[in-house]
Each structure stands twice: as structure tokens, then as C-alpha cells.
Design a protein. Sequence first.
Lengths: 253, 312
Amino acid sequence: MNLYAIRAIYVFEMKRFFRTLMESLLSPVISTSLYFVVFGSAIGSRIDQVEGVTYGAFIVPGLIMLSVMTQAISNASFGIYFPKFIGTVYELLSAPVNFFEIVLGYVGAAATKSLMIGVVILLTAGFFVDMDIQHPWAMLAFLVLTCLSFSLFGFIIGIWAENFQQLQIIPLLVITPLVFLGGSFYSISMLPPLWQTLTLFNPVVYLISGFRWSFFGQADVPVGLSLLAIAGFTGICLALVWLIFRTGYRIKE
Amino acid sequence: MTSTPIVDVRDLRKVYDDGFEALKGVNLSIRSGEILALLGPNGAGKTTLISTLCGITSPTGGHALVGGHDIITGYRGARAMIGLVPQEVALEPFEKVINTVRFSRGLFGQSRNEALVEQVLRQLSLWDKRHNKLKELSGGMKRRVLIAKALVHEPKVLFLDEPTAGVDVELRRDMWQVVEGLRAQGVTIILTTHYIEEAEAIADRIAVINKGEILLVEDKAALMQRMAHKTLRIDLADPIHAVPDSLHDYGLELAPDGRSVTYHYDTQGGNGTGITRLIQSLAAEGLHLRDIHTQQSSLEEIFVGLVKEGAE
């Protein structure tokens, strides 16, 4: 195990984050605050409660998930895409490191960043609404797992992407709709029956539901199913990453 | 010099997805501590060979050992020994010079060593620029950074892929000083270059590659000797229309303007060069000489000759 290499990649990636710390943290904080103003205050004043929780508090887990997922993907995908784009990937390929070490460095850093952003958003939410977290450890576990699996997913996108447009397209076309339709801003039970069934095919539903359970003790789907979903997603991403390095897909000639 | 080569390439092949055969069974043994110049025209396979040995491209066939480690099955051991200075300048623009050099050391599995980082940066005149962002550096400075990154993990084998292409005189001089220093430490150096004078000045052995095949590997001195062939150009005071018949045996070539003749001779030949007799014969014909020039056949000519032969 080349621990020095993992540390070198991790430190390099974290430095990139801290170089633009204000921008990195400011934009999620501002957009979250806007969501609170629009959804929490304006709309929320007309919806008093969802399943016994004030609407303002109800959307907190979904908002955190929305930011964490998009940040994890964009950080991890950019982290590996940029070296390919400017050519510095030659150094990674010629170094005595294996795929696991490279992934650990890049994905570890992207997951750390998105975790930090998630925590900052949680703290920001604390200014707008009162809430107590019923299962803090489960909350942390869901958060960490989501950071990790979506960073892995972002890493795959970064390897696959051949230009900046492709880098943006998956988060924009796939993740954002899945998160918006995944129960970030409403409970599944509020939907018409047909949509309730269709929604169950959206994997993000399971993540948000499980995460919300850790806050309020109630969920749209059983918590075990949520855990299974996120474990399955992580497993698929890991297998894909392994395959990419085995075949050298889009990184080696 | 040890008997086992530090780099041993056996029948190495590389076929790209589009069917282009970049390496057609390359065999090459590189001795520990030598400087080997790899010469070849554009597209000959120089960069593909280096990239394959370094792990940037995967070979389609054959084997290669670096320090006894197979580049595929023992890639960790092989790559840890190798430093690579790529042809293209590729650096993270927003990172600082010193950080990118530290990064390379870590990536190659070495613990931090600030004294060594400083030494490498000073050696390449980068110490004053260590806190500059890479995008702020000139092209020559960026090349120095690439060399620093390749040296900072103390490689035993250094690949320099066209290191002086488009580089100023000062950097080229510094670079050859660094190379001399590394040679003194016993580092094996493989360089590709278009500047044949450089290969001539610095290499111990020369390998010529064309169309994915090694055409020749020879000690530079032997190669030069084998082709110890010189030319003498004589400028005439008055132009002539044809070489006089009495001078036929010298095999002179008359320039189209009739103002000079060229004579070929061999410094290693047993019968002398024939220059004295030629000049006497010219005088006997009443030809007045204006100037004379001699020229040694350069590696360039040898190289061009070999590549041409290979093409025929």
C-alpha cells in the first residue's frame, strides 16, 4: 500500500478546495438559504405540517442531500477530469500506485469536502428552523455513505467525460431531477397513487427517506431498504471503478 | 558495468485501437549508468516506447524489465525506479512550484524530504520561484519544474522525452549539467532528441528507431568511427564547365555553378587521404583555389542514411 501516494493525492485535492474555500462554501450556503426563504417561509407558511413536522424542518434533510450529492459529484468528477484535460494524468499513470490508492485519494478528498458542505448546511438550517435530530449516529452514517457513494459516482463521470459539457450533463440531467422528484420537498404520501409507485424506482427516494428518518423518526420507505439501496449503489460504483482501471477505459491508450 | 541490463525490452509490441502499429517487436538492453540517446523521426515510436515502459500506455505484446521488475506484473517496483520528463508541458496551473514537487515525491511513495526538495529546486534555479503558481512561470521554467518533479523521488532510471525541444540556451546548458551530475551518481538516462548534436555530445550509446523498429544500437564512438568519413570542398577562383579528365580518379563532384568541387575521403583509410596529391593535380591543371572547407560526417547524416535505408 502506497500510503504516501494516497496522502499526496488527498492533500493536493484538499488544497484545491481550500484555495477556493469561500466560493466552495458560499454557493451552497446561499442557495440553501434561498430554498429556506422560498420553500420554508413563503410556501411553508401555507402548509403547516407534514407528518407532524413543520414544513421548514421537513425540507432540511432533502436540502442537505441535494447539496451533498451535487457537490460530491462535481468535486470528484472535476478532480479526475482536470488532470486528464491538462495532461497531468501522465504522472498518476506512471506512478507506483494502484487504482485503489488513486480512488482513495480522489474520492476520499471529494467525500470530505461534501461532508464539510453538508455540515455547514446543517448549521445554516439551524438558523432558520428548530429541530432535534433523533438518530444522530444514523444521520452521520447516511451522510458519510452518501458523500462516499456519490463521490465515487462523480469519479466515474470524470473518467468518462471527454469534455466539460459531458462533465455537467449527468448532474444536470439525471441527479437534479432525481433529487427534486425524490421527496426533498414533499412526502411521497402526498403524491397520487400512480406517482407513488413510479417514485419507488427512483433510488434517491431511498436515500432521502432514510436520511429524513434519522432526523424525525419517520420515513417513506423502511430504513433497512434505504440502507440496502445506498450500499448497493456504493457497490455498483466500486465495481465500475474497478473495471475502469482494469481496462484502462478512457485513461490509458 | 554490470552484466544484467537495467532496462531490458523484449519483443515489445504496441498496436493502437485504430490498427496503427507503433512498436513492432522492440528489443533493447540498456546498461546501468549509461546515457542512451534514442533518435528517430517524428512518429518513429520514441514516445510510445517511453510511455509503455513508464506505464502510460499498455503494451499489446512482449515484455520489459526495469531493474529486474516486470513493467506489468511488478509495476510498483519498476515505476518506483523511473523518473519521466514528458515531452508535453502539463502542470496544474494554480498549484505552487514547491507543492507540485512535493506531490511528485509523495506519489512515488517517498516520505517527505524538504532538504532534497530544496536541493532539486536550487539545482534547477527554481528555488526563488518556489512560491509562484505554475501558471505564472515561463515555458522554460515550466520545463524545469517537470524535471524537478521527475528527479525528486531519486529515480535510478530517467527518461527525458525531447527535453530540449523549444528550450532556450541557458536552460539547455543547465539541463546538461544536471544530466552530467546524475551520470556521476550512476543514474541511467534515456533521452530522445531531435538535436543530433546533443546526442553526439552527451550520449554513450545511440539507438536509432524508425517505424516502430530499432534499426541500430551502437556505442557512439564506434558509430562515429565506422563512418569516419569527411568531405573537402574546394572553392575555385574561376568557374569551370567540367572536371578535367586528369582529375577523374578523385571522384570529384562539381557544383552546378562550376565554382566549387567536393572531394570525399576517409581519415581511417590506409592509403592516406589523397588531399596533397589532389591539390598538386589541381595546380597542375592551372586551377586557382579560393578557399577550402572540410566537414566531418555528422550523426545526422548517418541517421538520415539509416532511416532512408530502412525505408527502401
